[in-house]
Structures are given as C-alpha cells and as structure tokens.
Design a binder for this molecule. Structure first.
Ligand SMILES: Cc1cc2nc3c(=O)[nH]c(=O)nc-3n(C[C@H](O)[C@H](O)[C@H](O)COP(=O)(O)OP(=O)(O)OC[C@H]3O[C@@H](n4cnc5c(N)ncnc54)[C@H](O)[C@@H]3O)c2cc1C
Length: 382
C-alpha cells in the first residue's frame, strides 16, 4: 500500500498542475494514471490555444492565472513551452455574429480583460489576405495566444518530479474502499493507495470513476478532430475563431504556432458523443473548405497529419470543480470541455490555495463550478 497526503487521479492537463502546486506547498503527492506517460490522454489532443477572454468570471480568473504561469515558464524555470502571444480574433461577417461578439465584451471588459472590437482594417493587418468582403470587424484580445501541449506537459512532469511528486503510471483505477463516508483505499490494476485527500482529474473517464463511488458525475466525452500543416514563414498572428455555423459544423479555429505550422480544429454539429478517437475522411474536406472560405492564403499549405480526441463535456459546457460532498475527502476537477489545456495551470494554483492553504478567496469559482448545480446554463464559447 502506497501512503500519501494527496493522490491525484489522472496525469493530464489538469492533474499535473494540481499535483505540482500541492507538492510545492509541502504535501506528499502521488499521481496515478493508466497510460504509460503523463499527458498522453486528451492533453496531447489539444491544439494549444490559451485565452483568458471567456464570458464568465470563473474561467476568466482561472485562465488569467494560466496565462501568467505559462508566459513565465521559460524565463522562470528554463523550460521552453513555445508560448506565442498572437492574440485571439473573432471576425464578424454578419450582423448576428457582430451582436453576439459585442454582447460578450461588456463582461469581459468589466473583468479587466484586454479585448476590444476592432475594425476590418485592423483585422486585415493582423491576418493579411483574410476575406474582406462583408467583414464588419471583430473582437480581438492581444494578450491571448498558444503553447505546445506536449512541451507544457513535459515541463509540468519535470517540475512535479523536482517537487517530489511520485508518478504511478500504467495503473487503471479499478475501485475504492470507503469507511465513515471517506475513501480509505484506492485500488488500481497493480497496487493500492491510501491518502487523506483524493483529487479526481480523470477527464473523459470521470463518469466511470463516479459510478464506482455511486456518484453521477455528468461528464460525457465527445469526439473532435484537429490537424496541422507543414511550416511556412509566419504570415498571420492571431488564433482566428469563426463562430458562424456551417454545414455540419459549428465554429472552427486555426492559428500559426511558434514553429510556424498552421494548427486547426472544428466543432462538429451535431456533436459526436462517445469515445471514438479514429480520424475520419470527412474532417479534412469539411474544415479546409471552411478555412479557405475565410482565408484563401492557406490553400497551398500541405497538411501533415490529423488526429481525433475527446472533449470531456458537461451539460452546460462549464467544468466541475470543488469538493464532491460525498465521499468527504474527494475533490473534483473534471469536465473541462474544450478548454482543459488552458484551464490547467491556473486551476492547479487555485485548487492548491483551497486544499493546502485553506483559502476562502475562491468561493465564487467554487459556487459557479460545483457539482451540485442544475447544469441549465450554456457556455457560448465552449
Ligand atoms: C481536437 C482537440 C483540440 C483541443 N484544443 C484545445 C485547446 O486549444 N485549448 C484547450 O484548452 N483545450 C483544448 N482541448 C481540450 C483539452 O484537450 C481537454 O479539455 C483537456 O486535455 C482535459 O484535461 P484533463 O486533465 O481533464 O484530461 P486528460 O488530459 O485526458 O487527463 C486525464 C487523465 O486521466 C487518466 N484516466 C482516466 N481514467 C482513468 C482510470 N480509470 N484510471 C487511471 N487513469 C485514468 C487518463 O489516462 C488521462 O491521462 C482540445 C481537445 C481536442 C480533442
């Protein structure tokens, strides 16, 4: 039996930052994962977008912290994570989109976020060659950007190990033993663990873990595809997010990463529930025709590969974060939807503030993201 202060279940976008921050505060932390290496779950499927410009206070606060951490990762720790501050751009080509985007600005600007409506001319400077016909302007947030999911995961692994976190890989969590409403043992396919506090950061696996404990944790995986091109000398700056619906798809987004490759992703409509991670032949024609429609300059780029991963979705599109309530020593950090990569670093700090330091400064976040909510809201940019 391994004995620790805290066991974090899941070595992904969320689990590693939480483990690091808890270990830095002096706790003896272990991470368990069924895969052979950290970050091999959905973290590696993320395309690397990171923004603080959300539309709700909890995600704004968490991701503002994430950006601050990621921007300093190389200078503070000497660990390159390919941060590129190209900003996020949401162009509008019709009055409805313009209205939706402008209505988001009030909350965002009140929260102190650096985002504003910019005119078509400014957009053309940021994305030279973008289709101008009908372009009305758009929301632009220059402080947002992108980071390599592989490099950030590696950075967290190194920092975790330096801070004394012990990794227990290739262990499937198979069950729990409870006594007096607390988890007293975590069983895996290889061995067992005991600890004071357990954190569920199992991403798309959260519902299965919940079922082992008699809990209904509403996390439902959905399949999403992405792709990456060969590199080409930088020709545009921001992540371009087109929120107009298209045939069989909702929004799609693309950007040029630090290595100058164009990375792209599309939200299928209707959603594709389930855990299928096999690429489809439908994705490339669908996403490239949409991207070509807005940015013809992409037409000569060759696609290097595509992949498919899972968004761990919740019914309202917001994460589930906080104490489970029952069992008493279980905390949840699951259901990150399409934004777990950008939420991870900030959430790690906030969870550690609460769990290790007993901070009461994050009640608003816990209130908004708690498991015991009715899930009737709807996140507009999930
Ligand atoms: C195509 C695509 C593009 C995306 N782009 C972005 C983006 O640009 N920006 C962004 O912020 N997000 C993006 N995302 C979403 C992001 O990848 C996820 O939200 C995030 O990785 C979820 O983090 P997590 O830690 O909850 O899950 P994961 O990173 O998957 O970690 C969970 C870990 O738990 C482990 N686990 C689960 N069940 C068990 C079990 N029973 N026993 C042991 N271990 C278990 C898994 O093996 C896994 O390693 C994208 C996702 C996809 C699919």
């Amino acid at each position: 039996m391994h004995v620790h202060d805290v066991v974090v279940m899941g070595a992904g976008s969320i689990g590693q930052p939480i483990a690091l921050e808890l270990a830095l505060r002096g706790l003896n932390v272990a991470i368990i994962d069924r895969l052979s290496a950290p970050g091999r779950g959905q973290n590696r499927a993320a395309i690397g977008g990171m923004r603080a410009t959300h539309s709700d206070p909890a995600k704004i606060e968490i991701c503002t912290r994430s950006l601050d951490i990621v921007k300093r990762m190389e200078s503070e720790h000497g660990l390159p994570v390919d941060w590129f501050q190209g900003g996020y751009l949401y162009p509008a080509y019709d009055p409805h989109t313009e209205h939706v985007l402008k209505s988001l600005l009030t909350t965002q600007q009140e929260a102190g976020l650096d985002i504003a409506w910019v005119d078509a001319e400014t957009i053309y400077e940021l994305v030279p060659g973008i289709v101008r016909n009908g372009l009305r302007g758009g929301n632009y947030s220059p402080g947002d950007g992108s980071t390599s999911p592989l490099k950030l995961s590696l950075a967290y692994s190194l920092l975790c190990r330096r801070a004394g976190v012990s990794y227990h890989m290739e262990r499937e969590i198979t069950g729990f033993r409870l006594a007096e409403d607390r988890i007293v043992r975590i069983d895996t396919s290889r061995d067992s663990f005991s600890c004071g506090t357990i954190i569920d950061a199992t991403g798309a696996g959260a519902r299965t873990i919940g079922a082992m404990l008699g809990l209904d944790i509403p996390v439902f995986p959905e399949s999403h595809e992405a792709g990456i091109t060969e590199p080409a000398r930088r020709f545009f700056q921001p992540m371009v997010v087109d929120i107009r619906p298209g045939p069989d798809s909702a929004n799609y987004y693309f950007y040029q990463n630090k290595e100058n490759q164009v990375v792209f992703c599309l939200t299928p409509d209707p959603a594709i529930p389930g855990t299928d991670q096999d690429c489809t032949s439908a994705f490339l024609p669908q996403v490239t025709s949409r991207m070509m429609g807005i940015y013809p300059r992409l037409r000569n780029l060759r696609v290097r590969r595509t992949w498919r991963g899972l968004y761990p979705m919740t019914p309202d599109g917001f994460p589930i974060v906080g104490p489970a309530g029952y069992p008493e020593n279980l905390w949840l950090a699951v259901g990150m939807c399409g934004q777990g990569f950008m939420l991870g670093p900030g959430l790690g700090q906030i969870m550690a503030d609460i769990i290790a330091d007993g901070s009461t400064a994050h009640q608003e976040i816990l209130g908004q993201l708690k498991l015991q909510r009715d899930f009737s809201g709807e996140e507009k940019l999930k």
